[in-house]
Design a protein around this ligand. Structure first.
Ligand SMILES: Cc1cc2nc3c(=O)[nH]c(=O)nc-3n(C[C@H](O)[C@H](O)[C@H](O)COP(=O)(O)OP(=O)(O)OC[C@H]3O[C@@H](n4cnc5c(N)ncnc54)[C@H](O)[C@@H]3O)c2cc1C
Length: 380
């Protein structure tokens, strides 16, 4: 049985209080205006929420995946979009540098990322290569002591506002092994710009844009790890990232469940609360059971990650299951709210829109099943 520690409970309370005070009053304004509230991330940086897994020696909070899960959940209960950006900054950009940067790179970037003096982005996806990310077209060509990057990355969280981005570009022949390399690219260097901003169904407070590289010159000292290791590194980064999307899904699912449970006791039809009808209470029973199962899968993945063990299958299971549960829970929550669920006056329509991203981002449900099937079929 996973018992949350005192420190995890304290951190959960801090994140919850922060979300209720600073995020909740503005949720619909940011959603409708598709506004990315950078100042909120700066504030979260001062609370240690932007470098949760970064050790103290690099200016981070030095916490474990248990606290990280809890923080994302509490923020996502209030706004999925802010939760998504928090996850992308911590797990993807910061996580990649933490796992694969050399000492000099860690000292240079991690303290700024952990406080959110610099916001991070991470670019793997391209217009024509999402699930098949290994087939990337964006190239980096070595010229003397620097690399020249050309191409477009799409669907990048903080592609415009990010001060620093980890970019994975092809450095070998197409469709060969070990043909990609990761680089840290700083905002403001020549040849690096943001492209179109996506107008999204949900997660609208999270910024998603293209990143365009046009003869962008990056010094070799910005290369993360060995030439050719970029794709392998990315898959490891995504193992951690999938735990954060599972946590994001849990936050959305729990937020939707709590709203629906409360409403089912307040809403009267046929002279009684709708919770009295088995058709409604059984929905809530299913939602609660599935959320608990998703929670336990996510906790197991957190535990393995804390122990530095291989977690590809367990993280994929947690992400796959929790994201599908978030979509189902949010859908049933809208149903329980009836007509009210279909308006922006009540919170569940936003959970419904936000939840869908969780089955797509950082590998779709189908791709999670590929990862799980590959693992479970080994040895037969
Ligand atoms: C809001 C948002 C934020 C994002 N942030 C980032 C980011 O910060 N950085 C980044 O690099 N990317 C980011 N992404 C991209 C995201 O990771 C991709 O959208 C995702 O991996 C899916 O790729 P795709 O959109 O190209 O879909 P496709 O790969 O085109 O997939 C289309 C459909 O085909 C299915 N499919 C594909 N291949 C297979 C197969 N082999 N077997 C079965 N089914 C298959 C998919 O499951 C899906 O249903 C973001 C996306 C969104 C929507």
């Amino acid at each position: 049985m996973y018992q949350s520690s005192e420190i995890t409970q304290q951190i959960a309370q801090t994140a919850k209080d922060f979300a209720i005070r600073n995020i909740k009053p503005h949720v619909m304004e940011w959603d409708e205006g598709q506004e990315f509230p950078l100042h909120i991330f700066k504030k979260m940086g001062s609370l240690g929420l932007m470098g949760v897994l970064v050790p103290d020696e690099y200016g981070g909070s030095g916490l474990s995946y248990f606290e990280y899960k809890t923080i994302i959940e509490e923020i996502a209960k209030v706004c999925g979009g802010i939760g998504l950006s928090l996850a992308a900054h911590n797990s993807l950009c910061t996580g990649h540098i933490l796992s694969f940067g050399n000492e000099e790179q860690k000292r240079k970037y991690l303290p700024k990322l952990a406080t959110c003096e610099w916001l991070g982005a991470w670019g793997l996806t391209e217009p024509n290569t999402g699930s098949d990310a290994g087939n990337m077209k964006c190239t980096a060509t070595k010229e003397g002591d620097h690399w020249v990057i050309n191409g477009t990355k799409s669907w990048i969280t903080h592609g415009k506002s990010g001060d620093v981005a980890v970019v994975i570009a092809r450095t070998g022949e197409p469709r060969t092994k070990n043909n990609a390399t990761a680089f840290v690219v700083e905002r403001g260097i020549s040849g690096f710009s943001a492209g179109k901003k996506e107008n999204k169904l949900g997660m609208r407070a999270s910024e998603t844009t293209e990143m365009i590289f046009d003869n962008c010159v990056v010094p070799d000292e910005n290369r993360l790890g060995e030439v050719g290791d970029g794709f392998k590194q990315s898959m490891k980064v995504l193992d951690g990232g999938r735990i954060s999307i599972a946590s994001l899904s849990l936050g959305i699912a729990k937020g939707a469940f709590e709203a629906a449970a409360r409403y089912s006791k307040e809403r009267y039809q046929f002279d009684q609360p709708i919770a009295n009808f088995q058709g409604i209470s059984f929905k809530l029973a299913d939602m609660a059971t599935e959320i608990d199962a998703a929670d336990l899968l996510t906790l197991r993945a957190c535990e393995l990650k804390n122990q530095n063990k291989k977690v590809s299958c367990e993280a994929a299971m947690a992400k796959y299951f929790a994201s599908e549960v978030a979509v189902k829970t949010a859908t049933e929550a809208v149903q329980i709210f009836g007509g009210n669920g279909y308006t922006k006056e009540f919170p569940v329509e936003k959970y419904y829109r936000d939840a869908k991203l969780c089955t797509i981002g950082e590998g779709t449900s189908e791709i999670q099943k590929l990862v799980i099937a590959r693992e479970v079929l080994q040895g037969f």
